[in-house]
Design a protein around this ligand. Structure first.
Ligand code: MN
Length: 291
């Protein structure tokens, strides 16, 4: 039988380079941002990845102190280490390996993102990713919210040669726990050594694969290594993957948001006027304060 599924073509390979500190807690590479590839990957407008980094024990917690956001959601996936979050909507919680926090900044929120006390005192390896998910114009002022998504609640969809941990969206009938405002898949992808497999995604969706560990070969023979992002065509519905060794990657696929986007620092809106307004509102305390 002929497979008539149209492939999504690999349009671009982007290598995350450089590293900078977010606060004193997160040594990240910015894989993409709303000023560059995030324009094409919208609703995925920023991805920071903190590769494994060993922190020495300390009495003082590291992290990033009080700061605002408006107009989108921040999604933090912890692979190693323990983080604690607190925000002006009353949301908060501690997350560890495999856990996710999905924070809706919406109309405005103020939060801090810290290592936990216990992690700071013991020291250890931190590895995490933070993804920013845009909100469509009519939802940018939605009330702020916070979802703690524990690893134990994240289901796994089996694929040939591996598995998908479905954080958001639905894959092969397996539905992830994150509540999202627009249709998307956010999944951790695990491929076993020697996998020869494919991911099936809706045609018309934006799609990207960020490789964190290992190397994966695409249908056209090009390969994505650790720290590389593959960006695929919206057209087509299948991404074929092959690998020799084990692979760990983050799959981002979504219905695009094709709207004007103006971002500055922690605010991502549709117009310049709304950015000016966001700074004014934050300074006037209208995004709340940390208790
Ligand atoms: Mn933040």
């Amino acid at each position: 039988m002929t497979d008539t599924t149209t492939p999504k073509s690999l349009q671009q390979i982007h290598t995350a380079t450089g590293r900078h500190w977010v606060g004193d807690g997160f040594p990240v590479s910015t894989v993409f941002a709303y000023t560059d590839l995030g324009r094409d990957l919208n609703p995925f407008i920023m991805l920071d990845y903190a590769a494994p980094y060993v922190f020495e024990p300390t009495e003082r917690r590291r992290g990033v102190g009080e700061h605002p956001h408006r107009g989108f959601e921040t999604v933090t996936v912890v692979y190693d280490g323990h983080l604690e979050h607190r925000d002006s909507s009353g949301g908060g919680g501690t997350i560890g390996p495999g856990d996710v926090q999905w924070m809706t900044a919406g109309a405005g929120i103020v939060h801090e993102e810290m290592h936990t006390d216990a992690f700071a005192r013991a020291g250890g390896t931190m590895r995490m990713a933070q993804l920013w998910v845009n909100l469509p114009a009519e939802l940018k002022r939605t009330p702020p919210g916070y979802q703690t998504i524990l690893a134990s609640t994240i289901p796994t969809a089996a694929i040939a040669g591996g598995a998908l941990r479905v954080i958001a969206g639905e894959y092969a009938g397996v539905r992830g726990p994150a509540k999202t405002f627009t249709p998307m898949n956010v999944c951790d992808v695990r491929l076993d050594a020697g996998a020869d497999t494919a991911l099936d995604l809706p045609s018309g969706w934006t799609a990207a694969l960020f490789v964190m560990e290992g190397q994966v070969e695409m249908a056209d023979g090009r390969a994505l290594g650790a720290g590389q992002l593959g960006i695929f065509s919206r057209d087509g519905s299948r991404i074929a993957l092959r690998c020799d060794g084990p692979v760990q990657a983050l799959l981002l696929a979504a219905e695009p948001i094709d709207e004007p986007m103006v971002g500055y620092g922690p605010f991502v809106m549709n117009t310049r006027e709304e950015i000016v307004e966001a700074f004014r509102d934050y300074e006037a305390g209208r995004m709340g304060r940390l208790a």
